[in-house]
Design a protein around this ligand. Structure first.
Ligand SMILES: NC(=O)c1ccc[n+]([C@@H]2O[C@H](COP(=O)([O-])OP(=O)(O)OC[C@H]3O[C@@H](n4cnc5c(N)ncnc54)[C@H](O)[C@@H]3O)[C@@H](O)[C@H]2O)c1
Ligand SMILES: O=C(O)C(=O)C[C@@H](O)[C@H](O)[C@H](O)COP(=O)(O)O
Ligand SMILES: [Zn+2]
Length: 387
């Protein structure tokens, strides 16, 4: 495949179906692509300061080609922006621009901006049009697709939000050239997740080709497209997570607890890093419960470390609250049903499954064993970031 070719993946949701376009130069095509689908629309672009500095002018030029001159709402960067305060700022900005229900909120940014702007689009005038222009790897392979939107609470991650599908996703692979390497790695964790859920061949391909994915070119585009196909498939089957969609939460039950425990401080832990540690923990927990082999858990951890990702709680800088406090965050997880904890566990690489009644006592023992401040003595790696 040429690295210039645009790949289209459809999210098959009937009369709410939409396209994900993946390729280079899409910012400059944004106006044409949006006005083809939403003729005569006006727009507000929501972005963060980092992305605005690197890509806002290009997007504005692209929108201009479709006759769109947007209002722009620029927010601080980082996970703490997914808050009521900034939700109010976006809602107020959209209303101040006097946009109508049929106009469009455009998210230009990573998953933080996409989740926040999507939530705002879903509640202003009871639901405006929404377009995702994801600029981080994580957003291109995961958060821009599927319609989960929302903000965080001090009591837990993503606890406030709605499902609100975009009308279009434009994943311009060129913008990834300005993404910091730490953020690229974090997004890679969600990419590897699809292999670990149910695509063992994709995981093996990543083990071989991750260097080319990091370097750019056709392997990167193909990996993003494969992730979007995988996600689109699950979302089309189970849009509102009544079943299989929960598989996309592999690594997230632990990961979200760690994000809340570190108070969404992006300097300590970003979402993809939490997912990387969470996936390694999910494999280790599955092995402890005799569901998966320790070799598979070791293989997952080895790959995460090979790309420079975190894989243990001890890799997070600073002190963590104790295992009981981590468990308290886990009991707030949205998958909890009538008090029973749900985890995504695994029988091996690409063999994830949903377990609906995991005893809290098992989780607590496991967290205690893996907690850097509560281990009696564990041979192994020194603390600190790999890579
Ligand atoms: N809705 C979903 O289905 C879903 C899926 C996965 C993750 N998420 C959410 O996504 C969020 C994480 O997203 P993220 O990892 O993209 O974080 P992010 O939005 O904070 O972006 C990461 C950092 O990279 C910067 N950045 C983004 N694109 C850039 C570019 N092209 N050039 C330079 N800098 C750039 C941002 O300013 C930010 O500092 C979390 O809140 C997570 O819960 C949602
Ligand atoms: O789209 C989904 O479904 C996912 O679970 C994707 C996850 O990567 C993402 O982090 C999502 O926001 C988590 O959802 P949540 O419902 O656990 O908050
Ligand atoms: Zn995620």
């Amino acid at each position: 495949m040429s690295s210039n070719a645009t790949v289209t993946v459809e999210v098959g949701l009937g009369d709410r179906a939409y396209d994900i376009l993946i390729g280079s130069g899409l910012l400059l095509r944004a106006g044409t692509e949006i006005s083809r689908r939403l003729p005569g629309t006006r727009a507000a672009v929501v972005t963060d300061i980092n992305v605005a500095a690197a890509h806002l002018e290009t997007l504005k030029a692209g929108l201009e080609k479709g006759g769109i001159r947007p209002a722009v709402i620029t927010l601080p960067a980082g996970e703490k922006t997914k808050s009521f305060t900034h939700l109010e700022e976006v809602v107020d900005g959209v209303l101040a621009a006097r946009l109508e229900r049929g106009d469009v909120v455009v998210a230009l940014g990573g998953g933080v901006i996409g989740d926040l702007a999507g939530f705002a689009a879903g509640i202003v005038r009871r639901g405006m049009n929404f377009v995702q222009i994801p600029t981080s790897l994580l957003a291109q392979v995961d958060s821009s697709v599927g319609g989960k939107t929302g903000i965080n609470s001090a009591r837990g991650k993503n606890l406030i939000g709605i499902f609100h599908q975009p009308k279009l996703v434009l994943a311009d692979t060129e913008v990834l050239d300005t993404l910091p390497i730490r953020e690229f790695r974090a997004g890679y964790a969600e990419l590897a997740k699809y292999g670990l859920i149910d695509r063992p061949d994709f995981f093996a391909w990543l083990e071989e080709n991750w260097g080319k994915v990091f370097a750019g070119g056709p392997e990167r585009t193909e990996a993003i497209a494969e992730a979007c196909r995988a996600k689109a498939d699950v979302v089309a089957r189970d849009e509102f997570e009544t079943g299989d969609r929960a598989l996309l939460n592999l690594g997230h039950t632990f990961g979200h607890a760690l994000e809340a425990a570190t108070q969404y401080d992006s300097a300590r832990l970003v979402h993809g890093e939490g997912v990387a540690i969470g996936m390694a923990l999910a494999y280790r927990f599955s092995s402890r419960l005799n569901l998966a082999s320790p070799d598979d858990a070791a293989r997952v951890e080895a790959h995460l470390r090979a790309v420079g990702l975190l894989s243990r709680m001890a890799d997070i800088p600073g002190e963590l609250p104790d295992a009981e406090a981590l468990l308290a965050f886990i009991t707030q997880d949205k998958k909890v049903s009538r008090g029973a904890l749900t985890f995504i566990l695994t029988r091996g690489i690409g063999q994830a499954f949903i377990v609906k009644d995991v005893p809290a006592s098992e989780v607590l023992s496991f967290l205690t064993e893996n907690h850097p401040g509560q281990q009696k003595s564990r041979p192994g790696r020194p603390r600190g970031r790999p890579g």
